[in-house]
Design a protein around this ligand. Structure first.
Ligand code: NDP
Length: 481
């Protein structure tokens, strides 16, 4: 099998591949550690060029009839679907995630976003405000140049989720993927050009945090949309504030998944597995604090251990593999340190543990307490902490006792209770008798430290546009002077 994923060039600026003038950026296949491409970071001048070129291209793009912008996005969605296998393979090389996931979740969800915002583009209207003789109206206008910055867990989905609403509203974008996973965004740039996007409207720069920092501070940038950790989010939000830029912050979480004793045990266990081990646990919205009502705790843990024992770990390109490596050695070391701290602090390891090399097996802790670091901190790996609770008030208060507020889930057969509990949970995205489903039609995002703004759905349009108010005088001007 060929493992060469070298792109035509490292960056994509002004409608064509451009080689980076900065430091080398080796791209490793997480399964083997082999170098599959060597890219180069963008220099500071190249970041500035990309932003200037985007600013130059944006007005003509914004001036097109929205339905025409939508057609370009719809064509891009179709190209992605037509090339599904090739793109899934590239995503697996970039991330190490099993091909059975990248074929159904990553690019397909990006295509869904492009298709959704393609349709929405032409439906955005303003308001007419009657004022007697005079009247006013509003126009929803593009912001200008948007900077997109992505994390490494869903690189192509993140690029599409940001590009689709931004471009639909007539903005241009300069996107910086994570240094760990630079390949998917370059493909998206090529596909958008093939679909008819004018040169310069979507650009890609590569690099580590400093390149992201230069991008966020560029004077042409009107908005920053970041998917990343809470500490990076704080830094980027502060830098954006300097220029009074708009922000969308999709940050980390430590989300609760609450299982009442009347829930379907099989569904709740299945959801807990999905909510913790998909993408080797590297998902922001994962339900890593699983609160199980005391009466079903033992049955829940027994069935969980049985189902986890069947998870097939191995070569991500094998279609039967369900659990691949984590992104890199540093992340594996961080996850192992978290597992060791759980053991040291007295939690009981039900299954899993340190693993080997880049593989961390699905790991479940029981008998943990709310103050342990495995219960409090985001691990961003396949580590589930099972906690027990007695009643509804107690579990809602413990579920909310965190600085994060990205997501939450409730399993119960009592629908009245389900809606009451969800109403009390401090989380931007909640599921009832389901977990981690993020259809493009539904707003997605966090509260508290987990972020600002929403991606997906019509709500995203508000975060990629601004309102202009226009007062229309219909008679003589009454002036006191
Ligand atoms: P990081 O916060 O480390 O990085 C996110 C992005 O920001 C990367 O592209 C990174 O570049 C860049 N960056 C780092 N420093 C700066 C800076 N000063 N200015 C501008 N950009 C900067 O996150 P990870 O990539 O490690 O991703 C994991 C985190 O992302 C987890 O906390 C996870 O919960 C969160 N996440 C949130 C999601 C959501 O939708 N809420 C979805 C997916 C992940 P580089 O990588 O090159 O350093």
């Amino acid at each position: 099998m060929t493992l060469n994923a070298q792109p035509a060039a490292s960056l994509f600026i002004g409608g064509r591949p451009v080689e980076g003038q900065g430091a080398p950026l080796p791209v490793l296949y997480p399964f083997t550690g082999q170098v599959i491409a060597t890219l180069h970071e963008a220099s500071a001048e190249q970041v500035a060029d990309a932003c200037r070129i985007a600013a130059d291209a944006q007005p003509a793009w914004a001036a097109l009839p929205p339905v025409e912008r939508g057609r370009v996005l719809a064509r891009a969605a179709q190209i992605i679907r037509d090339r599904g296998d090739e793109l899934a393979r590239l995503e697996t090389l970039d991330t190490g995630k099993p091909i059975q996931e990248t074929q159904v979740a990553d690019w397909p969800s990006g295509a869904d976003a492009l298709e959704f915002f393609a349709g929405l583009a032409a439906t955005v209207t303003g308001q007419m405000i009657p004022l007697g003789r005079d009247w006013a109206y509003t126009r929803r206008e593009a912001l200008g140049v948007c900077a997109g910055i992505g994390a490494w867990n869903y690189p192509s989905q993140i690029a599409c989720w940001k590009a689709a609403p931004a471009l639909a509203m007539g903005n241009a974008m300069v996107f910086k993927p994570s240094e760990e996973t630079p390949l998917g965004a370059l493909k998206l740039a090529e596909i958008l050009i093939e679909a008819g996007l004018p040169a310069g409207v979507f650009n890609v720069v590569q690099g580590r945090g400093a390149v992201g920092g230069a991008l966020v501070s560029d004077p042409h940038v009107a908005k920053v949309s970041l998917t990343g950790s809470v500490p990076t989010g704080r830094r980027v939000y502060a830098a954006a504030a300097e220029g009074m830029r708009h922000v969308t912050m999709e940050l980390g979480g430590k989300s609760p998944l609450i299982v009442f004793d009347d829930a379907s045990l099989e569904d709740a266990v299945g959801a807990a597995v999905l909510a913790n081990f998909y993408s080797s646990g590297q998902i922001c919205s994962n339900g890593t604090r699983v609160f199980v009502q005391a009466g079903i705790r033992d049955a829940f843990l027994a069935r969980l251990a049985e189902r986890v024992a069947r998870v097939k770990m191995g070569d991500p390109m094998d279609p039967d593999t369900q659990h691949g490596p984590v992104i890199n050695a540093a992340q594996a070391a961080k996850i192992r340190a978290a597992i060791a701290s759980g053991v040291d602090q007295g939690a009981r390891l039900v299954c899993g543990g340190a693993g080997e090399g880049a593989f961390i097996p699905p790991t479940v802790f029981a008998d943990a307490t709310d103050d342990m670091s495995i219960t409090r901190d985001e691990i961003f790996g396949p580590v589930m902490t099972v906690l027990t609770f007695a009643d509804e008030d107690e579990v809602v208060s413990r579920a909310n006792n965190t600085g994060f507020g990205l997501a939450a889930g409730v399993f119960t057969a009592d629908l009245t209770r389900a809606h009451r509990v969800v109403a009390g949970l401090q989380a931007g995205t909640c599921w009832i008798n389901a977990y981690n489903l993020t259809p493009v039609q539904m707003p997605f995002g966090g509260v508290k430290q987990s972020g600002i703004g929403r991606e997906n759905s019509a709500a995203a349009i508000e975060h990629y546009s601004q309102i202009k108010s226009v007062y229309v005088g219909m008679g003589p001007v009454e002036s006191p002077y």
